[in-house]
Design a protein around this ligand. Structure first.
Ligand SMILES: C[S@@+](CC[C@H](N)C(=O)[O-])C[C@H]1O[C@@H](n2cnc3c(N)ncnc32)[C@H](O)[C@@H]1O
Length: 204
């Protein structure tokens, strides 16, 4: 990890990630959310969407999970992680996931569109990714499974969150301390997929 931006040079989590051998400062967001919400446990199968360079996958493996990771960009290997290079919005990628595993205990998605700095554009681009992440969660999550997905906030956030809430027993909108202060990102946290409502779901 080289400092790409001036703010990286001044960023506590950037240097902490370098020191502790994580591939991204994002690793600390998952660590913090997992400490608070218990999303990933030992022996879980985790589907990591938008996984490169691999910080979240590293954390999931440390927690004792086996991971299937997906990203448009390549990712260096990690023991315990099966990597698929592909677009999470493409049914071909879903077929590739299914070839490795049909059901997961947790689906985690930190996928981001290329950031423009314009909050509206970034929001609308992230809406599409969040909708696909929901679709994938409905395809692959076990009953009772856990889900976390990042969104850049905007006018569609309440609509997506109320859709999301129907599927989980426990649900929360959360911004971990490691998120950058000027970022508009928020994470949808869901635990207990299909709990009370027995939602319609697609079979893998
Ligand atoms: C913030 S990074 C993820 C960082 C990762 N969680 C970590 O800890 O290292 C966002 C990733 O989303 C990926 N991405 C964006 N759109 C995608 C798509 N349609 N399909 C798959 N990956 C996508 C990008 O290539 C990028 O690697």
């Amino acid at each position: 990890m080289k400092p790409r931006r001036v703010e990286d040079r001044q960023d506590h989590y950037y240097w902490k990630a370098r020191k502790e051998g994580y591939r991204s400062r994002a690793a600390f967001k998952l660590k913090q959310m997992n400490r608070k919400f218990g999303l990933i446990k030992k022996d879980y199968w985790v589907l990591d969407l938008g996984a490169s360079p691999g910080g979240w996958s590293q954390v999931a493996v440390e927690l004792g999970a086996r991971v299937v990771a997906v990203d448009l960009s390549p990712m260096d290997g990690i023991d315990g992680v099966y990597f698929i290079q592909g677009d999470l919005t493409s049914p071909e990628t879903w077929d590739k996931i299914r070839e490795v595993r049909g059901r997961f205990d947790a689906v985690i998605c930190d996928a981001s569109p290329k950031i423009t700095g314009n909050w509206d554009i970034d929001h609308f681009r992230s809406v599409e990714l969040v909708e696909y992440a929901f679709k994938i969660a409905r395809l692959f999550l076990k009953r009772g499974g856990n889900f976390v997905v990042k969104m850049f906030q905007g006018e569609e956030t309440p609509r997506l969150y109320s859709e999301f809430k129907k599927f989980f027993v426990f649900k929360k909108l959360h911004t971990p301390p490691a998120s950058r202060k000027r970022s508009s990102e928020v994470y949808f946290i869901g635990k207990g997929f299909g709990g009370k409502f027995k939602p319609e779901r697609d079979e893998p």
